[in-house]
Design a protein around this ligand. Structure first.
Ligand SMILES: *Cc1c(COP(=O)(O)O)cnc(C)c1O
Length: 225
């Protein structure tokens, strides 16, 4: 049985080995994991945690408020959850429609730093997936950039799950191109969030600088999420 600290050390070593001049950042995806598991990983030095559901995140944040962690919302965001998302998260990675943008700006508390946002792209054009089309990225990025309470940081994607690494690599490559184009228009853009437990090595080779890792870190999830 591998322990949390062994899994964490191994992933940290993989990320350090894969990092070029710029470090690859690790987002620990803690959905379905208890607050105690987050606390244990934080004790090993991990600061950034990703959650899919606003309510689940709020419960953990209440228990862990003493730790001053960075919280990323990585699941689909409904507009009625925008007030809580704007108050409780440091990053929202799942911006895929214009409507969310003024709502998050309106509810971001004045005494907190601007909320960091990533535009989520449905890079494989899957019917069941959230995310905007590649063609919509430019308009969403421009809408975020006009809001002083929000900070456009980059793009996020979840490519189609496939056993074929070449297909996944191709999706990561297309994301990298979109990322470079977005950065030409918005030089503050610095984050390309792609790669999960089973494909983060390929994602990094293709330019990811933030990987979102759940099961390879915490072990298998016991409930589907
Ligand atoms: C669950 C999830 C992850 C982590 O998935 P693992 O395969 O457990 O690493 C990453 N990103 C998103 C958006 C997720 O929902």
């Amino acid at each position: 049985m591998t322990s949390l600290d062994q899994r964490f050390s191994r992933i940290r070593a993989d990320l350090d080995a894969a990092s070029g001049p710029h470090p690859v950042r690790l987002l620990a995806v803690s959905k379905t994991q208890p607050a105690a598991a987050v606390r244990a990983l934080a004790a090993l030095g991990q600061r950034a945690f990703g959650e899919n559901y606003v309510q689940e995140a709020l419960a953990k944040q209440r228990e862990l408020g003493d730790l001053g962690l960075d919280w990323h919302l990585i699941g689909p965001l409904q507009s009625n959850k925008c007030p809580e998302a704007a108050r409780q998260f440091d990053w929202v990675q799942s911006i895929d429609r214009e409507k969310l943008i003024p709502l998050l700006a309106k509810y971001r508390p004045a005494d907190r730093a601007a909320l960091n946002l990533l535009v989520q792209v449905n890079i494989d054009d899957e019917a069941s997936k959230s995310g905007c089309t590649p063609a919509q990225v430019e308009a969403l990025a421009a809408a975020i950039a006009t809001q002083p309470r929000l900070r456009l940081r980059g793009l996020m994607a979840i490519p189609r799950p496939t056993a074929d690494p070449a297909q996944r690599r191709d999706a990561f490559r297309r994301m990298r191109e979109l990322f470079e184009r977005t950065r030409e228009l918005h030089p503050q853009v610095d984050t390309l969030s792609m790669g999960m437990s089973d494909d983060f090595a390929i994602a990094i080779e293709e330019g990811a600088n933030l990987v979102r890792i759940g099961s390879a870190l915490f072990g298998p999830r016991n409930t589907p999420a």
